[in-house]
Design a binder for this molecule. Sequence first.
Ligand code: GLU
Length: 321
Amino acid sequence: MTRKITISQIKDTVQKAYEQVKSNTDGKNADYIPYLANVDKNLFGITVCLLDGQIIEVGDTAFRFGIESVSKVHTAILAMRQYGADKVLDMIGADATGLPFNSIVAILLEADHPSTPLVNAGAISACSMVKPLGDSVGKWKAIVDNVTDLCGGAPELLEELYKSESDTNYNNRSIAWLLKNYNRIYDDPDISLDLYTRQCSLGITATQLAVAAGTIANGGVNPVTKKQVFEAELSPKITSMISTVGFYEHTGDWLYSSGIPAKTGVGGGVMGVLPGQFGISAFAPPLDGSGNSVKAQLAIKYIMNELSLNIFSGENIVISE
Ligand code: GLU
């Protein structure tokens, strides 16, 4: 059976989610990266990108915040574009670690690969794979061009965040060199780490993230620019990765309660993909104990539950005027 959801229903629900969650004061900004500790904790925005390119948004959706770990999705797509989905599985993997995002132990436990491009180890490994190998300028251009294609607009490097993160990323430095020890990094470890740090420091808006999610939901075609950014067959691959590890060790709880695969970042952004329906993002800096935005989680859950949407429902949903 087909169920119809109207665009005005979605607009109303997004607005209600915003009102409902806006005054929540739980959580606190990430403080292990000094820049993030000082971002205004009251910022909050939600954007939905429908597959016909319509944008539904409320709140601070034009504020540029640190994309942080959401960028792992973008660069995983780039690695798949350059090498194909099978090679990414082979060289990095697609397994959840069940451990925190920056786990060193996970590298030691996974005997054969860094596990998934969506945790720090696999993301640094994905940066190492980006072509042209050995050319940090060319690699950076490929990463930024890919983010621009996915988001339908250019990101902006937040220099202050980049500096803040580079000065304090000792754990990630250990990860890069440990990967080298196990032959799981495919270019110079320092170049790969620097690219990872820089991509995390890209300033992005909630709307840009929703468009990137919409591109994934839309079989690789950017709903706004209409550009085919990646091959349609890669969409389910990347969505499966987001489903299994998007919230790190709490991914199961998230998927169970929200019904939407989503990826978080310690900058406060969350990007959700509902295949064939829409991309959604929410942004608010205060995080829970696992590094996931409190308000973004509440807002997206509210919208999914209010509209009775769930990736596993098997329902045929048609979104129209
Ligand atoms: N740049 C952050 C780090 O590597 C990203 C963490 C995250 O957003 O989960 O520590």
